[in-house]
Design a protein around this ligand. Structure first.
Ligand code: UGA
Length: 435
């Protein structure tokens, strides 16, 4: 069996590497020639723990990387893992996926195989039946369900644990008609991930499951962030103890209750906007989803309020931002809350210096010479008026009084409560901790 994977971002490259390292015969395709070249040489275009090791392992087996879509015609299974970014109205932009499935359709036209196409990209309910299926049928001149299979297969992996999540997913969702193609795909996943629940449903439900998942995670984060703001007004209150305790209730669950400066990244903010937009267009007022988003946006204001209270004006005050990646163990700064904070502080004429163990280069691409970049935590806080810990990198727990003594004004805002148990010689604010 030959497997094609179209689109080599986090999802596509993780899937490629894991399946190839297991010995599957893989053709991985991306339009970006340079990216293909790098990957063929065992270099990942982005940082993801264990990815390069798994990729290199796969390259020793049956893995071909190419930008040539015509190779698709030899495949039995084709995973579509291209991005569905956000357009200016908040809806998803389907142009990339439309192009990808057009190319797939063109290339299976003369194939004698009956390939099965699995859509992993996140798409709004109705997209697979109303947009993707007609494109594939038109371009291939074939009939879905008879000449080729079309199955929704949403992805739930998280950046920073992408390889682990690809190897051991918590669930496999398959949406589509109950045809022989569905049977084959079910068998494939049963063998690949024995013991993992497989949910078989229709396209629309599978598409909606993905949005339900991400919007629920966003809701948990905004919930705990709202509570953390309340805790800050209760002397001695500690949001982590509250989260840990309510998390022990099996009806609640302990994950995604880590209070902070708000959720970021390339998925939760985009998917929330897309779902809100879809609900509005369907005539449903998304009251709760709007509130989740509003809490998230306002979370940064808490930090700016403290700064304004302490300095009145931020003109030429040096502010150190520790962590610009949207979460630890990644170099990804897309939709990172730290990036939004920097943009806001630059508007207030603050003098910004940043540190991040992995994301300096991606941050530099955004701000160039508008901010400064430090190669160590210690250098980043020298002469600073305020340090703001944004990302929960373990390194930042090493911040100590020797480093803090080099600050111009000793003010620390700790959005991740990393220094809470330390005897810090500074004015210290921690999100979720009552003063
Ligand atoms: C998210 C989902 O968790 C994945 O299941 C999903 O597959 C993926 O989006 C996607 O749609 O592709 P990811 O974007 O990698 O994964 O990041 P998360 O781990 O969900 O974190 C998102 C943001 O929430 C980060 O800024 C993180 O710092 C924040 N967060 C997360 C918190 O502030 N508190 C928490 O308790 C958890």
């Amino acid at each position: 069996m030959k497997i094609g994977i179209v689109g080599l971002g986090f999802v596509g490259l993780s899937l490629t590497s894991v399946l190839a390292s297991k010995g599957f015969d893989i053709i991985a395709i991306d339009v970006d020639r340079e990216k293909c070249k790098k990957i063929s040489n065992g270099i990942s275009p982005f940082y993801e723990p264990d990815l390069e090791k798994t990729l290199k392992n796969g390259l020793k087996k049956k893995l071909q990387i190419s930008n040539d879509f015509s190779l698709i015609k030899n495949c039995d299974l084709v995973f579509v893992t291209v991005g569905t970014p956000q357009n200016t109205s908040g809806a998803i932009d389907l142009s990339i996926i439309k192009k990808a499935v057009s190319s797939i359709g063109n290339n299976i036209r003369d194939s004698r195989k009956k390939p099965i196409i699995l859509i992993k990209s996140t798409v709004i309910p109705g997209t697979i039946s109303d947009v993707i299926l007609p494109i594939l049928e038109k371009r291939s001149n074939k009939k879905a369900g008879k000449d080729f299979g079309l199955i929704s297969n949403p992805e739930f992996l998280q950046e920073s644990t992408a390889i682990k999540n690809t190897k051991y997913p918590h669930v496999v969702v398959l949406g589509g008609e109950q045809t022989i193609f569905m049977k084959k795909v079910r068998n494939f996943f049963e063998k690949l991930n024995p013991k993992i629940p497989i949910i078989i449903t229709n396209h629309q439900t599978a598409e909606m499951i993905k949005y339900a998942n991400n919007s629920f995670l966003a809701t948990k984060i905004s919930f705990i962030n709202q509570l953390s703001n309340i805790c800050q007004k209760i002397p001695g209150a500690n949001v982590d103890d509250i989260a840990r305790t309510i998390g022990l209730d099996p009806r609640i669950g302990g994950l995604f209750l880590n209070a902070g400066p708000g959720y970021g990244g390339s998925c939760l903010p985009k998917d929330m906007k897309a779902l809100i937009n879809f609900a509005n267009m369907s005539g449903i007022k998304p009251t709760l989803l709007n509130a989740v988003e509003e809490v998230n946006t306002k979370q940064l204001e808490e930090i700016i309020c403290i700064l304004k209270e302490k300095f009145t004006v931020l003109d030429s005050k040096r502010i150190t931002i520790l962590g610009t990646s949207f979460k630890p163990d990644t170099d990804d700064v897309r939709d990172s809350i730290a990036i939004t904070l920097i943009q806001k502080l630059l508007k207030l004429n603050a003098d910004i210096i940043i540190h991040d163990p992995r994301a300096i280069e991606n941050t530099r691409k955004k701000f160039r010479e508008k901010i400064k970049y430090a190669d160590s935590i210690s250098n980043s806080i020298k002469n600073s008026h305020c340090v703001i810990i944004m990302t929960q990198w373990n390194e930042y727990k090493k911040l100590n009084n020797k480093m803090i003594n080099q600050m111009k004004k000793k003010l620390i805002i700790d959005c991740r409560r990393l220094l809470i148990d330390k005897n810090i010689n500074a004015e210290y604010y921690a999100i979720g901790i009552g003063k």
